[in-house]
Design a protein. Structure first.
Length: 72
């Protein structure tokens, strides 16, 4: 949890981080929500390619129906 703590303390820039922890994602998300952060969880086991990554992002981040499934 040191990475999350350093982000919240302002020592690390916000961004995308891969956390290899024994803590469940729900515990991390709850802690960040308490700090006022909006977070999204995407299970990498369900991502096989760009299309499934964008689909999972759209679901997790509640993108509108007209989202074009690209970030171009």
């Amino acid at each position: 949890m040191k990475i999350a703590e350093s982000i919240l303390a302002g020592a690390k820039s916000p961004g995308i981080y891969r956390l290899a922890l024994r803590v469940k994602p729900t515990a991390i998300l709850a802690g960040l929500a308490e700090a006022g952060w909006q977070t999204f969880y995407i299970n990498g086991l369900n991502v096989y390619d760009k299309a499934t990554f964008l689909h999972n992002c759209a679901l997790a981040m509640h993108f509108p129906d007209y989202f074009g499934h690209n970030w171009d």
